[in-house]
Design a protein around this ligand. Structure first.
Ligand code: AMP
Length: 581
């Protein structure tokens, strides 16, 4: 099918051809005719990278009436970066469409310029929900003439807590509008929004539900927890042309891994929520223009970073949620290109690996960590290949060549080659000559419930129910906002601790499971770290709140507010106050 056959106007077709679009992608073949001919509501189950922006963006450019100087389309997206990207894409489709004004409005940037632009009149608003509400409340965004609303990455917007804002905005736009909802996943909250605000929506499914792109290979490297970083380095070295994102679980881990990579001479940087917006912008721009080969990032910070041709996605930590795995992997293998999604795991993550495989119907290819020799071979051929294909057009070199020939004339051709290759290559040779090969962990038989990492204090029932709320000597009691009602079981809790703290052995003591929340003990020296690492993680989809438990009363369930268990801090030392239980 051609763009013309889809009904796309010639001036837009010309614009997108310049952008390199030769023929419509499947999502465009399905959605563009629906919008141009029938204007039905659409639920699009599609990930980024499928071409969905053009699928909804091209009809918007074509159908918006530039003579009406009022907002006619609202596109909502979860992040500032995505707003900017969508605006840029739409502006490109509209280069030959005179007078169409598209404006991005998002939080974290000055509101006054956005207000001024709105006052001058725009046709299409691309917004993050919170900022749009702000602008509506200030009476500068009037949505009474809107004929189409697009909710892009709806699941992400809900994950980011925008549910109420979406409801408020959807209440503000005329009822007879056309609504499009795009989402990589379809949780019940999205279904609820759809049934409340959409009329007989047509479902368009691009790719299998929950499946990762078919042109993505899933590789699994299993190593000892302590070797994860070394494994990452070997993988990066094994793919000299790697251009990818390394996903970590926490901001702390992200920063640590990026720092180590930089220190070890890799072209890497970090992206996480502790960085200021200008710093994040700089890092993302450096990554976009490929000044950085490896971006170490948290899931939240990487959202909205639109980079299309990642060669690899690396899961330095596997996500708890298989949907996040799909999202991460969807960043490679975009638009017909092959991609590689690599999980670096340790044995205790076996269960998480299986969960992802089962849910997504994918199978990880079990890989062996490349040996030093294999890496050197790969690097060497890459270097030789680079040398073979290097541009030789630069005449400026010619002037120096006679002197260089003279200086090297005592060497044979073979020696010259060897020396040139060594200049670049010695770094790898030296490192891998001395480096121990990484050994593969051997699966041990589980000894009852005594997990290999977790040590249990002697003579204690780890999950006795009649505890008096006093921690074992040397252990600290931790409150966790999950209980039996959330499906929490001791083995699951231990696995969750192990999973989030792969590099340390955390001795866990007694576990007291209650209905709505629970307590567990860990060796006191690890308590703060455990709280830090587990805070805001998810267990079976529920976000976890953890804190150091306070007082005996913490044991009583019901009637008490969870907040009362929050750690109390000694103002001077910023450490939890010592209390006697
Ligand atoms: P999206 O899913 O909207 O993030 O699009 C992913 C990438 O595909 C973007 O870089 C688009 O520019 C590109 N793209 C969209 N439609 C086409 C097309 N018909 N042909 C080639 N590339 C496209």
């Amino acid at each position: 099918m051609t763009f013309e056959e889809l009904g796309i106007a010639p001036e837009i077709e010309q614009a997108i051809r310049v952008m390199g679009f030769e023929k419509p992608l499947p999502i465009q073949e399905k959605i563009i005719p629906i919008l141009l001919q029938r204007n039905t509501d659409i639920i699009g189950l599609a990930q980024t990278g499928t071409g969905k922006t053009a699928a909804f963006g091209i009809p918007i450019v074509q159908q918006t009436d530039v003579r009406v100087n009022k907002p006619q389309v609202v596109i909502l997206s979860p992040t500032r970066e995505l707003c900017v990207q969508i605006t840029k894409d739409l502006t490109n489709y509209a280069v030959n469409t005179h007078g169409l004004k598209i404006l991005a409005v998002y939080g974290g940037a000055g509101i006054v310029p956005q207000m001024n632009a709105l006052k001058q009149g725009v046709h299409v608003i691309v917004a993050t929900p919170g900022r749009l509400i702000d602008l509506i409340n200030r009476k500068v965004a009037n949505l009474s003439s809107v004929y189409r609303v697009v909710l892009d990455e709806a699941d992400e917007m809900l994950n980011m807590g925008f549910a109420d804002d979406l409801n408020t905005i959807l209440e503000q736009v005329p009822e007879d509008r056309n609504t499009l909802l795009f989402s990589a996943t379809m949780p019940t909250e999205i279904r609820k929004i759809a049934s409340r605000y959409m009329r007989n929506p047509e479902e368009v499914l691009i790719g299998k539900r929950n499946a990762s792109a078919e042109n993505v290979k899933h590789l699994l490297y299993t190593v000892h927890a302590r070797d994860k970083y070394l494994a990452l380095k070997r993988i990066a070295d094994f793919y000299p042309k790697i251009y990818g994102i390394v996903f970590c679980r926490t901001r702390l881990e992200t920063q640590e891994i990026a720092d180590k990579l930089i220190q070890d001479g890799y072209s890497a940087d970090s992206l996480h929520g502790d960085l200021s917006q200008p710093m994040r912008d700089t890092v993302m721009q450096k990554f976009r223009v490929r000044n950085i080969q490896l971006l170490v990032a948290t899931d939240v910070a990487a959202r909205g970073l639109d980079v299309n041709d990642l060669t690899h996605v690396i899961h330095y930590s596997l996500p708890d949620d298989h949907e996040i795995y799909t999202h991460r992997s969807g960043r490679t293998g975009r638009v017909g290109k092959d991609g590689i999604s690599i999980a670096i795991t340790h044995l205790r993550e076996k269960y998480s690996v299986k969960k992802i495989e089962d849910h997504l119907h994918i199978r990880f290819e079990r890989m062996k960590i490349p040996t030093g020799k294999e890496i050197c071979e790969k690097q060497l051929f890459n270097l030789v290949d680079k040398m073979e294909h290097v541009e030789m057009e630069n005449d400026a070199i010619d002037d120096f060549l006679p002197v260089i020939y003279k200086k090297l004339e005592w060497l044979s051709k073979e020696e010259v080659i060897k020396r040139f290759v060594s200049v670049e290559f010695n770094r790898f040779l030296n490192y891998y000559q001395d480096a121990d090969e990484l050994t593969e962990p051997v699966e041990q038989r589980e000894r009852g419930r005594d997990h290999d990492k977790v040590r249990q204090p002697r003579g204690k029932d780890r999950h006795s129910r009649d505890s008096d709320g006093t921690a074992e000597k040397g252990y600290t009691r931790i409150f966790i906002s999950l209980g039996k009602m959330d499906g929490l079981v001791p083995a699951g809790l231990i696995e969750h601790i192990n999973h989030n703290m792969p590099t340390v052995k955390v001795p866990v003591g007694r576990i007291d499971l209650l209905q709505k929340f629970s307590f567990f003990e860990v060796k006191s020296s690890y308590a703060r770290q455990v709280v830090e690492q587990l805070k805001d993680t998810r267990y079976r989809g529920s976000r976890i709140d953890v804190s150091i438990a306070q007082g005996k009363g913490a044991m009583k369930e019901g009637g008490e507010n969870k907040k009362s268990f929050a750690p109390r801090f000694d103002r001077r030392s910023d450490k939890p106050k010592k209390r006697r239980y």
